[in-house]
Design a binder for this molecule. Structure first.
Ligand SMILES: [Zn+2]
Ligand SMILES: [Zn+2]
Length: 159
């Protein structure tokens, strides 16, 4: 991990790597947050993925439907970084991450009243059911949800 960060810092002196509780890209502060205690290759892949977001300059919150496209782009970038660093990223891991993301997005979009899949409103904070007109609020979309934690997704509740 430390040597990978060292190498990335050398190759991309403009990027800010900051130690934190987990791996994520913070568009607001333009920092790549990494878990300094994390070990193993999955952590390394996460680091490269967040670096991908940073290099692609992915900004702030987006509509849910755009997030998946940006997640994919960050993984593509991570793969090319990995090649440069002689690391290989397991395609299954990428698919797992994207699947977790898809699940999370899907659950947000389901009407709590009639279970119809719906579209997010333009404010990015609400969904509204075109079938029964129920409206519900979702947390702001973020990059890089904690992977494999979809069971923690709160139930949508009507407002
Ligand atoms: Zn509904
Ligand atoms: Zn991501």
């Amino acid at each position: 991990m430390q040597s990978a960060i060292l190498q990335l810092r050398q190759n991309y002196p403009d990027l800010n790597f900051v130690q934190g509780p987990s791996f994520y890209w913070s568009p607001e502060t333009k920092e790549i947050i990494y878990d300094g205690k994390a070990k193993g290759q999955e952590s390394l892949w996460s680091l490269l993925h967040e670096t991908g977001h940073a290099l692609l300059n992915h900004t702030s919150y987006r509509a849910d439907f755009e997030l998946l496209r940006l997640e994919l782009a960050a993984w593509e970038k991570a793969k090319s970084l990995a090649t440069d660093m002689n690391i290989s990223i397991d395609e299954d891991h990428i698919e797992d991450c994207l699947d977790t993301y898809r699940d999370w997005l899907y659950k947000r979009s389901i009407c709590p009243n009639c279970s119809t899949k719906c579209l997010q409103q333009d404010d990015y904070k609400h969904y509204r059911c075109f079938n029964c007109h129920t409206k519900w609020r979702v947390s702001a979309s973020r990059f890089c949800r904690a992977y494999r934690s979809t069971k923690n997704v709160p139930q949508n509740t009507a407002i």
